[in-house]
Design a protein around this ligand. Structure first.
Ligand code: ADP
Ligand code: MG
Length: 514
């Protein structure tokens, strides 16, 4: 067991550290809106309360070699997913295998096809990505293996940067004073906010450069629009990014608009360009509406079926997709993040053998290191590999090493280990092909203390490292590609899922060890 906690931590030391963390978190925005179990609507009708984000008392030990491996492949991953997003034929093939049983994927594809029929008016795409890993022990050597690659609403850039600062602060001020004190801990800063903001800024500047209105026509100010979920509790994470984008010189205006209000407050100027116009909700009537031309749309919503309860929501997605604003992401880029894509990259024989790698991976920098992060993922269709996987998934013993995943984002959708056979029995066999079967990555046992809602939880943990990357591209070239920053998310080792906002996981930082 690798513990990141000093062996002789007294009750008094704990209490002191808890106070230090709570205060630092409030003072520096390492915060979320409280869950209803902590502050219900009655307690906080004005929605004025915030609480520290769940966080570890100590940064978790993490092998330096693994951290470096994950950082070193990020720019390759960015480019890989830019290539996949640009290959409509490839994505179309995968979607057609899934669309019969997956209404959400089918719905997204329908919007894409409708826009394609009238012609996209923006050829640039922006990706704010996060590649997630766990440390895997193989032949007593440690490597990072990819859990998933996020292409939409990659979160925690803001809070992860603050968490690294918190742990660095504690390493300077508090840990050296403990009985079993530590003088120097190697906790890297996380540049995630800067990296993500630079991606948005690159897209914004490119939009402005490419689209100055002819003389004599109205030139509205340009803005970035964050599309948000109503009632979002992880709001300060988003705010950190927003404030960073707004800091750029000259200033870039950023507005937040709930996905459910897109049709009310935006419109498209019909014409060759199809500008997306955002009207400030509070100044519609007089003296004239304050209108902005949206240069970049950044989605922190729209990634799951829950965001599309009505036909209007699909209409809103269509309105943005057909407009000239640079989308982060486009529908094609969102679909490139399907677990099915990750599976096809990991088990390529099923769709034409090496050609998949030839199509996407050849020519990327550091190919062998990139492919070293792949783990075993199988289709659940009726191909030979799929039939093999079905045997594992339906076997009471073999299924223990696997997780079954649908094409969904945002946590809470996966089926683990012994629950897999019964789950498969509960759905029609014709639906099995819309899932993928992934080998569970098993990090070496570790321990830490989590501070959640002011209470401590101590014990075995599992950590997941996320590396951020941004990319701006069109079919011909990549205009911006940067990797960097990190998130360490830690959960109790009894929990399968690791969502921080959902209440399973917590924020953490890496303490690099050799
Ligand atoms: P989502 O899109 O819902 O975030 P993920 O693929 O990231 O889906 O899975 C959710 C969580 O499940 C992960 O954060 C991780 O804790 C756990 N998980 C997923 N795949 C694996 C795996 N192969 N091995 C171990 N844990 C996994
Ligand atoms: Mg995930």
């Amino acid at each position: 067991m690798v513990s990141s906690v000093p062996s002789s931590l007294s009750a008094q030391e704990r209490a002191h550290l808890v106070q230090a963390v709570k205060d630092w978190a409030a003072a520096n925005g390492l915060a979320i809106r409280p869950p209803p179990s902590i502050a219900s609507q009655d307690v906080d009708p004005a929605g004025a309360l915030a609480i520290h984000a769940p966080v570890t008392l100590f940064p978790s030990r993490f092998p330096r070699k693994c951290y470096n491996q994950a950082q070193s492949v990020q720019e390759s991953y960015n480019e890989l997913y830019a290539r996949i997003s640009s290959d409509e034929e490839f994505l179309s093939g995968l979607v057609s295998e899934l669309a019969d049983v997956d209404d959400f994927v089918a719905g997204l594809w329908k919007v894409h096809e409708k826009v394609k029929a009238e012609g996209y008016t923006q050829d640039l795409s922006l990706g704010l990505f996060r590649s997630d890993y766990m440390v895997h022990e193989h032949d007593s050597d440690l490597h990072v293996k990819q859990v998933e690659f996020n292409t939409i609403a990659s979160s925690f850039g803001g809070l992860s940067a603050q968490t690294a600062l918190l742990h660095r602060y504690l390493a300077e001020t508090e840990y050296p004073l403990l009985q079993q004190g530590w003088k120097e801990l190697d906790v890297p800063k996380s540049e995630s906010v800067e990296v993500l903001a630079r991606g948005i800024e690159a897209a914004f500047r490119e939009y402005v450069r490419a689209s100055n209105a002819p003389e004599g026509t109205v030139q509205r100010p340009r803005c970035v629009l964050f599309i948000t979920q109503t009632g979002e509790r992880n709001i300060f994470d988003q705010r950190h990014l927003e404030y960073q984008v707004e800091k750029s010189d000259p200033r870039i205006p950023v507005f937040r608009l709930p996905f459910a209000e897109v049709l009310e407050h935006t419109r498209v100027v019909e014409g060759a360009k199809r500008e997306l116009i955002y009207t400030l909700p509070w100044s519609r009537e007089w003296p004239q509406p304050s209108e902005y031309e949206v240069a970049v749309v950044y989605y922190r919503a729209g990634y799951g079926p829950g965001d599309y309860p009505t036909e209007e929501a699909w209409q809103a997605r269509y309105q943005i997709e057909r407009a000239s604003a640079i989308k982060c992401p486009t529908i094609l880029t969102q679909l490139a993040g399907m677990k099915k894509v990750q599976q096809v990259l990991a088990t390529p024989e099923d769709v034409g053998g090496s050609s998949i790698h030839g199509r996407f991976i050849t020519g990327l920098p550091d190919v062998s290191s990139l492919m070293g992060t792949f783990t075993n993922i199988y289709p659940m269709d009726t191909s030979p590999a799929g039939l093999e996987a079905r045997k594992k998934a339906t076997d009471a013993v073999l299924c223990q090493d696997y997780v079954l995943k649908p094409q969904r984002e945002g946590g809470g959708n996966n089926i683990y280990r012994s629950a897999i056979p019964d789950f498969l029995k509960s759905i029609p066999e014709t639906h099995w092909g819309s899932y993928i079967l992934m080998e569970l990555i098993t990090p070496p046992p570790a321990e830490n203390i989590i501070l959640r809602n002011g209470q401590l939880e101590e014990g075995g943990i599992i950590s997941e490292l996320g590396i951020y990357g941004t990319c701006l591209w069109n079919k011909e070239k990549v205009l911006h590609n940067e990797g960097g920053g990190y998130l360490l998310r830690t959960k109790g080792d009894k929990s399968e899922e690791g969502g921080v906002a959902a209440g399973f996981g917590c924020m953490d930082s890496v303490r690099l060890v050799d």
